[in-house]
Design a protein around this ligand. Structure first.
Ligand code: ZN
Length: 254
């Protein structure tokens, strides 16, 4: 009598444990493996985005070729629109702009970076909205909160007025934060695609980018600011492993 009761209790315990494990495992599998259809939808969002290394991208719009922070370019189509986040040499590079600039190319950048270029230039500050060549552009602040050149002096001080961009290309909202840490202004931007620096030193570390992505809430995040001496693809992969949402590591097209 006693033995049979004990046996039933033990059986109940094991049954509960096994069922619990099965449910936990299923939950994990569902979280880790989006359906093939969902993965294909996410991939479509980055279909027109070409990573040229570091913070440099070419985005092919509707009859408009857009470059962001063109740097160390090889061959490539000419630009209709060039967006430059700030004046530092690895973002605002006259030699690279010269390779892609046409007489009617429009450059959108900060006042300080604008001094380095000729041609048609639209000077912007953080917090503006404009449309150039049919591309809706919004500027977002970009600055450091915990990366310092010397004690108390950030590499990218807020007062300088560097920018990030949110642009809408073929209906896809793409956020390029420039050189920035995770800042409060990023919260709830909710673009389709967030290109996020992950190298640390001058910008967010991979771990800080994970926090930023959770606050920005993009449909998909794409790591950048690696591969040109500062940061490596290992940082991009660490970001992908730790991120709470979908991440696509684009191939560098050179
Ligand atoms: Zn910089």
């Amino acid at each position: 009598m006693m033995n049979s009761l004990l046996w039933r209790r033990r059986a109940g315990f094991w049954l509960a444990l096994i069922l619990g494990l099965v449910f936990a495992l299923q939950g994990n599998l569902w979280a880790a493996a989006p359906t093939a259809a969902a993965a294909a939808e996410l991939k479509k969002l980055t279909a027109n985005i070409h990573w040229l290394g570091h913070d440099s991208f070419r985005i092919d719009g509707e009859g408009v070729v857009i470059y962001l922070d063109p740097f160390k370019l090889k061959e490539g189509p000419k630009a209709d629109l060039i967006l430059i986040t700030h004046d530092h040499q690895d973002h605002a590079s006259p030699a690279d702009v010269a390779k892609i600039q046409k007489p009617d190319t429009v450059i959108v950048t900060t006042a300080k970076a604008a001094e380095k270029f000729k041609g048609e230039i639209k000077v912007v500050k953080p917090g503006e909205e404009l449309t150039v060549k049919g591309v809706a552009i919004r500027t977002v602040p970009a600055y450091n909160v915990n990366k310092f050149r010397s004690p108390g002096v950030p590499f990218h001080p807020k007062e300088v007025g560097n920018v990030g961009f949110i642009i809408t290309v073929k209906g896809v909202r793409i956020y390029h934060p420039g050189d920035s840490d995770f800042i409060p202004e990023m919260k709830g931007l909710a673009p389709d695609v967030a290109l996020l620096p992950v190298s640390g030193t001058y910008v967010m570390t991979a771990e800080e980018a994970v926090e930023a992505a959770a606050a920005i809430k993009p449909k998909v995040a794409v790591p950048m600011h690696v591969g040109e001496g500062i940061g490596s693809l290992a940082d991009a992969q660490r970001f992908q492993e730790k991120a709470m949402g979908p991440v696509i590591v684009l191939p560098i097209e050179k």
